[in-house]
Design a binder for this molecule. Structure first.
Ligand SMILES: NC(=O)c1ccc[n+]([C@@H]2O[C@H](COP(=O)([O-])OP(=O)(O)OC[C@H]3O[C@@H](n4cnc5c(N)ncnc54)[C@H](O)[C@@H]3O)[C@@H](O)[C@H]2O)c1
Length: 224
């Protein structure tokens, strides 16, 4: 028996890296997983790998930078899998620039992918999470179990990192958003956890010098 048997999890940015590992882990624990990634090939590959391992997965290539697409993803997820229990806001990207060269387009792109997707994905999931919790409150006096929404920050936001003003601003906002939603929603049975990964080898760091990454990330980073 898996720890997530019967649960439905939506994982953004699940075609690669930490998101894919999360999706596979959750599926291995019995959850049906929505593999969301704007890149269709890795999204399909990740979902296929889950199915081949005996799990349940569906693909979403919605770009939740747009709220309408977040709504469409949640509607399809609830329609096909019956409900939504877990939301993992993992999608993230870097576009490093020295600060004096940081233009509006690069700033907005990084803020949108790291922060706006989390805002939209979570807001679009709210009706499904709230309705289920309300029903359980009415019927049983408390939610049957805690639904979970997680946000993915970065140690770079805690420490600062040269060339990452856009990324660290977005991830710092993610940490604050997590704290606020934990207060606002946590008491109603929809807990939040803020995973703060250190540096992990993934596409996010392609082309970067591993020694410099390790040095910049400092002692908080469990480099692998
Ligand atoms: N890898 C690290 O060392 C590290 C460190 C700290 C934080 N993080 C954070 O962890 C998360 C995952 O990072 P990773 O290293 O696995 O990255 P990755 O580049 O390996 O995977 C990210 C995936 O997100 C997808 N994506 C991009 N924009 C998207 C969007 N709008 N909607 C849906 N999917 C989208 C990409 O196509 C990609 O498949 C990110 O939020 C990242 O900022 C990573």
């Amino acid at each position: 028996m898996g720890r997530l048997d019967g649960k439905v999890a939506v994982v953004t940015g699940a075609g690669r890296g930490i998101g894919r590992a999360t999706a596979e882990l959750f599926a291995g624990e019995g959850a049906a997983v929505v593999v969301n990634d704007v890149d269709p090939d890795p999204a399909n590959e990740a979902a296929q790998a889950i199915k081949e391992a005996g799990g349940q997965a569906m693909v979403s290539t919605d770009n939740t930078v747009e709220f309408a697409e977040a709504g469409r993803m949640m509607e399809a997820a609830a329609g096909q899998l019956g409900k939504i229990d877990i939301v993992v806001n993992n999608a993230g990207i870097t576009r490093d620039r020295t600060f004096h060269k940081l233009d509006d387009e690069t700033w907005d792109f990084v803020l949108n992918v790291n922060l706006r997707t989390a805002f939209h994905t979570t807001r679009a999931a709210m009706p499904y999470l709230r309705e289920a919790a309300k029903k359980e409150m009415q019927e049983q006096g408390k939610p049957a179990y805690h639904r979970k929404v997680t946000f993915t920050a970065s140690t770079a936001a805690l420490l600062g990192n040269s060339g990452q003003a856009n990324y660290t601003a977005a991830k710092g906002a993610i940490i604050s958003l997590t704290r606020t939603l934990a207060r606002e929603l946590g008491a109603r049975g929809r807990g939040q956890g803020p995973p703060v990964p250190g540096v992990r080898g993934s596409r996010l760091h392609l082309g970067r010098d591993p020694a410099r990454l390790r040095r910049d990330a400092g002692s908080l980073s469990p480099w692998r």
